[in-house]
Design a protein around this ligand. Structure first.
Ligand code: HEC
Length: 143
């Protein structure tokens, strides 16, 4: 009993250490907690005004056009469509903006480095429930 309890403590401690270390991917995810922290700052500075706090969107229904006919920026927290797109396409949207698909999101390719774009994707993906992240992986999110 005593042995198994201390073994348990060791296992728990090493699990915690793994979870807290910054340069290793978060278990089951492609990104590190360092990328999430950097991405959160980038998101707040560049994306939040359109995509909302914690990427939850700024309108009651992102499928309803705005009074001027444009579609509102969708939530990126896993509750809308972002998880239908592989990482490469999400990256492309941030770099080139909405113009290639007839949208109005600004391009960030001149403003953010590739590493910063990766970090901001890591941030909003960190808000996805595990179920959504797994579904995204299943659709070839990392292909
Ligand atoms: C001026 C408003 C605005 C800003 C700022 C903005 N976006 Fe967007 N974003 C949009 C709109 C609007 C769309 C929907 C497509 C379109 O119309 O271009 C969109 C779409 C997206 C999509 C595709 C979502 C999907 O479901 O397919 C991603 C990913 C995204 N934005 C990420 C970002 C990130 C990351 C930032 C900050 C670096 C950002 N956006 C800043 C307005 C904005």
């Amino acid at each position: 009993m005593k042995t198994s309890r201390s073994l348990y403590t060791v296992l728990l401690a090493s699990a915690l250490l793994t979870a807290c270390s910054n340069d290793e991917a978060i278990p089951g995810r492609w990104y590190t907690s360092e990328q999430v922290a950097l991405g959160e700052r980038i998101f707040q500075e560049n994306c939040q005004r359109c995509h909302g706090e914690r990427a939850a969107g700024t309108t009651a229904d992102w499928r309803e056009p705005l009074p001027d006919g444009r579609y509102p920026p969708p939530p990126l927290d896993g509750s809308a469509h972002a998880w239908h797109h592989p990482l490469s396409q999400l990256e492309r949207t941030v770099r080139l903006g909405g113009a290639p698909v007839g949208g109005w999101m600004p391009a960030f390719g001149d403003k953010l480095s590739d590493a910063e774009i990766k970090a901001v994707l890591a941030y909003f993906q960190s808000l996805w429930p595990d179920r959504i992240y797994q579904a995204w992986l299943g659709r070839g999110g990392l292909d």
